[in-house]
Each structure stands twice: as structure tokens, then as C-alpha cells.
Design a protein around this ligand. Structure first.
Ligand SMILES: [Zn+2]
Ligand SMILES: [Zn+2]
Length: 431
């Protein structure tokens, strides 16, 4: 018996998933959120892609990634050295951002996937599978392999006029690694992975009795990590062991704190140069907007548009959307609920893509170091901008979208039955 009754992560609506067949997707009947995608070969597919991805990552490490040739002098960089080079040049934050988001997190994610998937293939179980599965879903938003690749392409366009660029074998290995990593993640979803572990353990786990409607109003809460339903009196998830809360604790306070920090950091990120190009002794600083203008003037319209969208439109749009979400929940708004849920999903989806410009700077700094001839160094705005991206991601992750629906539930309860005050008190208590 598998726990096929879950509460939607976005709106807390109880949903039953036991009718989904192979190849089908289940969306929430209230908010449209994708709840599950059943693929009976999910474990096999995901493990094959994870093994391939890890092999390509190893192949991407030792060989040249990119080489830069100007007036007979060549500078080449490998992925393994790039972080170390940035550290040696005196840019530890950039070295950390690059190594963490494009190598360490994806490698850890793949190892975590494999250590759960490979035993599952033979229906074996070991107790650490549950905490490892928790690590997998915590790491998901922080792996940025595909964002880095777009950053590399933008960097190539930026320096194409200055010198000859040679694309190394590691670059192609990294492209294949990124494709296989995305295929791993999309082959098996959260619901199926947790249920597969339950099957391997042989445990007969059953969902508590629940009717259609909000889980909280029926005295139930959903585990943030494994989605198992539990009574609200329970403090620890019996499946994955994580702490249980009906709603993310202090969600609004955390969202406001991260949002205000990112707004403050966004000012220096735009006012100060993101990088300095030193060409034959002349220092040319460029800001984020300045970089877009130069790309546009040089006729690189698609790349200029990508950088403009990723570095200017996305962060501003994301900050405004989080601001509106937090404000509307705090003010108790009950209208335009679907629109706000759509906004929330968009902020979750687009946040990482703003890291493109930071990766562009990291690649250029690691690659273009030809002494007095030409060299590129990062500006203070690179660190400020990387922090903006991280803090806006944290703001979106801290925001609990179920709070949007709770305002609606309070109004419904009040209009249906004035005697149901304990339910409204319950909603007030958790927010
Ligand atoms: Zn929903
Ligand atoms: Zn759990």
C-alpha cells in the first residue's frame, strides 16, 4: 500500500494519485500545479542518465575547456583549474560561485541520485536512502550547469572580436553532462522516488483519511521533503525524519528579509562596474547595462537580449513579484489567486537564470589573462549581483504559496459558517 493521497505543494488541496498510469501526468485540480509524472521505467532511465552524466562530468574536468589566442600568445583554461585560477588571481568569491554551482552541487546531486537509484534498481534498501533523497531535492535549485553553458556562449560572443577562441574537448563533454543531468532530473519525480524507496523497504505505509479540500482544515500537514501526510500534532515525518510544520515557519518574515537584502544589493550591482577590461594598459570598466549596450552596438542582438532579460528584466521582475506576493498575503488579499500562484511558479522557475552574467565574468576572468596585452578582472558589482541572485532565490524558496490560499479559505469559512471560528484560528496560528 503506497501513500497516494498528497496535499498540493502550492495550494494545500488534497489530491489522490492512485489512478495515474504509466506516461500520465497529474495536475492539481485547484491550482494546476504538476503533482506527479508517472514513468514505470523512471528508476532505470534516471540511473542510466545519472551514470552517463557523471562520466561526462569527469571527462569535462581535465582537458582544455576554452583557449584564447591573441597576437601569438595563448591562454587556455580547464574547468578544474578555473576555480583555482580565480582564487590565485585574488577573487575567492567568484571562485566559490563558479566551483559550487557548476561543479560541486551537480556532482553531489548526481552521487546522491546514484546512491539511491542503483540499490532501487535491484530493489535493495539501506536506511540512509531517506536522508539522501532529502538532500537530492534540497540541492535541485542550486545546480546551474545549463545556466553556466549559456554564460559561456555569451562570453564567447563578448570576446570573439578580440582574439581567436578555441573550444576544447571539455566544453563538449560539459554540454553532454548538462543534457544528461537534466534528463536524470526529469526522468523521476519526487513522488515516484519516495514511493520507490518505500517499495524497496517493504513498508506498508498508508495515507491518513482525507477528503477533498485543504489539508490543514482537516487537521493534516504535508512533509516539506517527502510529501507524506501526517496529523498536525505530529512533529517529525515518519518517512524521512524531517521536522513537520503545517506551513513554512516564519515564511513571510524570511521572505521580507531576503527580499530587502537583495533590493539593497541590487543598487551597487548596477552602479558599479561588473568587470574591467585592460587593453594595452587602458582600463575600460563596464557595468551590467553598459555591457548590454556594447553587445547591441556590435550587432549581437540575440546575445544582448539574453543578457538584458537575464540580468535586468528577470531580477527586477522577480523582486517585484515576490514583493507583491508577500504584500498581498500580509494584507489578506483574496482576489486574483490563480494569477499570484502563476507568479510564484514563475519566480521559482526563472531565478537561477540571472546568474548568467556572473558566469560570463568568471569565464572571462579565468580565460583572458595575457598580462599587459589584454586582461579582464571582475568588478565589485559581480559579487553584489551574485548575492542578489542568491538572495532572491532564497526569498522565493522561503515563500510558502499555500498562504495565498489560506486567505481565501478564511473568507470561505467566514461566509459559509460563522460558527467555524476554530478553523480560522488554526489558519491564523500557522501563519
Ligand atoms: Zn494546488
Ligand atoms: Zn517526510
Amino acid at each position: 500500500m503506497l501513500p497516494d493521497t498528497i496535499a498540493c505543494h502550492c495550494c494545500d488541496q488534497i489530491q489522490n494519485l492512485d489512478d495515474i498510469k504509466h506516461g500520465q501526468r497529474a495536475h492539481c485540480s485547484r491550482c494546476g500545479h504538476l503533482l506527479a509524472h508517472r514513468d514505470d521505467n523512471g528508476v532505470n532511465k534516471a540511473s542510466a542518465f545519472a551514470i552517463s552524466s557523471l562520466i561526462f562530468l569527469f571527462l569535462a574536468l581535465p582537458f582544455p575547456f576554452l583557449a584564447f589566442e591573441s597576437q601569438g600568445r595563448t591562454q587556455q583554461v580547464s574547468l578544474l583549474e578555473s576555480g583555482y585560477d580565480l582564487l590565485q588571481l585574488g577573487f575567492p568569491v567568484l571562485a566559490l560561485v563558479l566551483t559550487l554551482f557548476i561543479l560541486l552541487v551537480p556532482a553531489l546531486l548526481l552521487c546522491a541520485y546514484l546512491s539511491v537509484l542503483l540499490p532501487l534498481k535491484t530493489n535493495r534498501y539501506f536506511p540512509m536512502m531517506y536522508p539522501i533523497a532529502r538532500v537530492i531535492f534540497t540541492l535541485h535549485p542550486w545546480g546551474m550547469a545549463e545556466v553556466f553553458l549559456i554564460g559561456v556562449l555569451v562570453s564567447l560572443v563578448k570576446i570573439a572580436g578580440m582574439a581567436d577562441i578555441i573550444i576544447g574537448m571539455s566544453f563538449w563533454a560539459y554540454v553532454l553532462f548538462a543534457i544528461c543531468l537534466i534528463a536524470t532530473i526529469t526522468s523521476i519525480d519526487k513522488h515516484q522516488l519516495w514511493n520507490s524507496i518505500d517499495i524497496a523497504t517493504g513498508l506498508q505505509r498508508k495515507s491518513p483519511q482525507a477528503e477533498k479540500g485543504s489539508a490543514l482544515l482537516q487537521g493534516l500537514q504535508s512533509c516539506h521533503h517527502c510529501e507524506l501526510l501526517a496529523p498536525i500534532e505530529q512533529h517529525q515525518c515518519e518517512r524521512c525524519g524531517s521536522d513537520l510544520h503545517p506551513r513554512t515557519p516564519n515564511s513571510l518574515q524570511k521572505t521580507w528579509a531576503y527580499l530587502i537584502t537583495s533590493v539593497i544589493l541590487y543598487v551597487p550591482a548596477n552602479l558599479y562596474p561588473i568587470m574591467h577590461t585592460r587593453l594595452l594598459g587602458n582600463d575600460e570598466p563596464s557595468t551590467i547595462l553598459g555591457g548590454v549596450v556594447v553587445l547591441w552596438q556590435h550587432g549581437s542582438y540575440p546575445i544582448a537580449s539574453i543578457v538584458f532579460i537575464a540580468s535586468i528584466l528577470v531580477p527586477i521582475g522577480k523582486m517585484l513579484m515576490i514583493l507583491w506576493l508577500a504584500f498581498s498575503v500580509q494584507a489578506g488579499h483574496q482576489h486574483r489567486v490563480e494569477e499570484r500562484i502563476w507568479m510564484y511558479r514563475l519566480t521559482e522557475l526563472i531565478g537561477r537564470w540571472s546568474m548568467i552574467d556572473v558566469f560570463v565574468v568568471a569565464v572571462l576572468v579565468a580565460l583572458v589573462q595575457l598580462g599587459g596585452l589584454i586582461s579582464i578582472t571582475p568588478g565589485i558589482a559581480a559579487i553584489a549581483f551574485a548575492s542578489v541572485v542568491v538572495f532572491t532565490m532564497l526569498a522565493a524558496l522561503s515563500f510558502d504559496p499555500r498562504l495565498i490560499w489560506d486567505n481565501l479559505s478564511k473568507a470561505e469559512i467566514a461566509s459559509i459558517n460563522k460558527g467555524q471560528e476554530p478553523l480560522n484560528d488554526l489558519l491564523d496560528d500557522v501563519t
